[in-house]
Design a binder for this molecule. Structure first.
Ligand code: BG6
Length: 459
């Protein structure tokens, strides 16, 4: 943990979509827990005054999680607003003024990455970077080259120790829980390696489309939107070595080692898909080649994992909304001839619930010579008072705890892995909404024994 709590939060993009959907609800939740006692300065160019920002904040929390009158009042008491152009030095003078005696402000750039350079430069010129932290939103670049350029821009005014790159997946309790489950238990470790694991599959399925985000999504696609960041983080949690200490750098070192061991993706191990109807969405090019689905296979060339294929599949308009990992073990040798034994597996679900399940062979009830796969299962439902990912990451950034943020070397390794897929235009196959992606997946990128499709009970 680095020294000192941030004593002010400045957030750029205060009138934008992200502020509306995520930031105000997170700030209200922080206020409710007594975690918000510093000035919160919203910045945007909308011709607004602070009253209008308060009204927007009220609307935002009502729409996203509900208004808590006392906590919202606390938030409003902290809220300030600076209206102005990011190109205009006067905007930054006004921020400096609003910061008053603050020594360690956190600047949160909830704005398009094309504006990062400009804002960071203006912050530096106006004396707002001294003692400050900067929090940046994903997507962090759009490929390896642009991410490197972005890193250079940020590092021009901030130290790596003071840069917090958000991947909200890391703020999800179940994602963190994967690490806890692996390293707080003894029984897993003996089989968690190439000696026993046959393959690993990670599925992030969403049963909805692009929800009006056509203009963003069409430039982005599934690989950039969720694989390069969220799913490689999930994979790192599954594959990393036990960290020797729990400080942020030791944990992040172990994650970077996982990525370093992954060769860049090969085109023949990737199948991209696009749901039928995508090209009719607003903001999407009528001849778009952007993927809304991807299935891919990669390897981790480390002592622990060499030879074990890892499969990742993610997409929009799939049959369910669920993120789940299946670690399949090698088939047991058997003296029970005539039984059709299935490989054992460990299933870890990240959402919508936290599930940990071990799949094992048992004799089918009422049978003498038939087995079936049964699961030993533990499930936790998310609790209403649980910290949302944004509340957690914002709070951690303001505390200076970088554990749940992507470090420069991590981000660049992640882009290196997916970069060839972004450049090689592999075909995009159409799939029907509500299916598990294009048919080509089964013939081209399928784990031994096939994909295990998650099922979700309706609430
Ligand atoms: C975002 C992606 O980062 O993560 C979205 O841009 C995706 O496309 C979302 O739907 C999934 O995260 P969550 O927390 O809503 O499951």
């Amino acid at each position: 943990m680095s020294d000192g709590r941030s004593d002010a939060l400045v957030f750029f993009g205060a009138t934008g979509d992200l502020a509306y959907k995520k930031i105000f609800p997170a700030l209200q939740a922080m206020a409710k827990r007594g975690h918000l006692d510093v000035p919160v300065i919203g910045v945007a160019k909308a011709g607004w005054r602070v009253d209008e920002l308060r009204a927007r904040a009220r609307d935002s929390v009502k729409q996203h999680g509900g208004l808590d009158a006392a906590a919202f009042d606390t938030l409003c008491g902290m809220l300030r607003y600076v209206d102005g152009d990011y190109k205009d030095p006067a905007t930054f003078q006004a921020i400096r003024q609003q910061l008053g005696p603050a020594q360690r402000p956190a600047h949160y750039l909830a704005i398009p990455p094309t504006l990062f350079g400009l804002v960071v430069e203006q912050l530096a010129l106006s004396g707002c970077t001294h003692g400050a932290r900067v929090i940046v939103e994903k997507p962090f670049g759009s490929d390896l080259t642009s991410a490197q350029a972005l890193n250079r821009t940020l590092l021009g005014s901030f130290d790596e120790k003071t840069i917090f790159r958000i991947d909200h997946y890391l703020g999800k309790r179940p994602v963190h829980h994967m690490l806890f489950f692996r390293f707080a238990n003894a029984f897993l470790e003996p089989f968690w390696s190439r000696n026993h694991v046959e393959s690993v599959q990670i599925t992030m399925a969403e049963d909805f489309g692009i929800q009006g985000r056509g203009a963003f999504y069409d430039k982005t696609g599934t690989v950039r939107d969720v694989v390069q960041n969220h799913l490689l983080q999930v994979l790192s949690n599954l594959a990393m070595e036990p960290p020797i200490r729990t400080d942020s750098e030791t944990i992040r070192d172990e994650k970077v080692k996982v990525l370093k061991a992954i060769p860049s993706l090969a085109a023949e191990h990737v199948v991209r898909g696009q749901f039928r109807g995508y090209r009719l969405e607003r903001g999407v090019a009528p001849d778009s080649g952007t993927e809304t689905f991807v299935a891919l296979r990669l390897e981790i060339d480390s002592w622990r994992w060499q030879g074990v294929p890892f499969y990742i599949r993610a997409g929009k308009c799939l049959p369910v909304t669920c993120t789940e990992v299946v670690v399949r073990l090698r088939r047991p040798p058997t003296m029970f001839h005539g039984f059709d034994l299935e490989p054992n597996y460990c299933r870890l679900r990240v959402s919508p619930d936290i599930t940990i399940a071990i799949g094992a062979n048992v004799i089918a009830p009422g049978q003498e010579t038939r087995s079936e796969s049964a699961e030993m299962l533990g499930t936790q439902l998310p609790r209403a008072d649980e910290m949302d990912a944004y509340e957690r990451v914002l709070g951690d950034a303001m505390q200076g705890d970088a554990t749940l943020f992507a470090r420069e070397d991590y981000v660049e390794e992640a882009w290196r892995i997916v970069d060839p897929v972004l450049k090689d235009s592999t075909p995009v196959y159409e799939y029907e909404p509500g299916t598990w992606g294009p048919n080509e997946v089964d013939s081209k990128v399928s784990p031994p024994g096939g994909w295990q499709n998650p099922t979700v009970k309706s609430p």
